[in-house]
Design a protein around this ligand. Structure first.
Ligand code: SF4
Length: 208
């Protein structure tokens, strides 16, 4: 009952949710997701066109001067580490995977800077695979709405969400929960006064 009300509200607010990262190629998406950790999609979208116009192939990117790359992404958190990740991912894809990002979560998780969340976001967005990535927004919203317990870790939350929502909706629900957390149930000053889920929310008072 509660889950279906949440699903209905998500469909009402975000009937056609889209990933907000810009990309043209598979590896551009993967790298954009890596860059987006502890940053915003907006900020990532400002730097990725610069990276991919300066380094137009994986070969160019894997041979990039690390300080040039760092300078391009300096406005993004943890830019030194992320510049290293990008160059290493380019090297791995070029030398081991014929330039294509593999459609395999376990393989993706062996890449530097790629954890379960990043792999899930990539697989659901690029290959349309059924997956629910739990980022900071999904975690917060799931806990506030009682879809997960306050002390659940991200893996536990992912499993609970997969049990609650039908598999064919996982990719959509992930995007909707991200957008719900980003624009409606924000970390600070969530829009509780106009939220139609306030009666079932465990933390509606945070917005008052
Ligand atoms: Fe989020 Fe407030 Fe709605 Fe609860 S009532 S889900 S805290 S916006």
């Amino acid at each position: 009952m509660k889950t279906s009300r949440i699903a209905e509200y998500l469909d009402y607010l975000f009937p056609n949710p889209q990933c907000e990262l810009n990309y043209d190629k598979d590896y551009e998406l993967l790298m954009a997701i890596v860059l987006s950790a502890q940053s915003t999609d907006k900020r990532v979208n400002m730097v990725t066109p610069v990276i991919f116009s300066k380094y137009q192939t994986l070969k160019e990117l894997k041979n990039a001067d690390i300080s040039d790359l760092e300078n391009i992404i300096r406005s993004i958190g943890s830019y030194r580490k992320k510049a290293y990740y990008l160059r290493e991912i380019a090297k791995i894809l070029d030398e081991k995977y014929n330039g294509l990002v593999p459609k395999d979560r376990d393989v993706l998780m062996t890449f530097p800077g790629v954890g379960r969340k990043t792999a899930n976001v990539f697989l659901s967005e690029f290959y349309g695979e059924a997956a629910i990535a739990v980022d900071t927004h999904v975690e917060r919203v799931s806990k506030r709405l009682g879809l997960a317990a306050v002390d659940d870790d991200v893996l536990k939350i992912e499993k609970k969400l997969m049990r609650r929502f039908p598999k064919e909706t996982w990719a959509k629900r992930h995007l909707q929960l991200v957008l719900f957390g980003r624009y409606h149930c924000k970390a600070v000053r969530p829009q509780c006064d106009c939220c139609l889920l306030s009666d079932i929310c465990k933390q509606k008072k945070v917005g008052k």
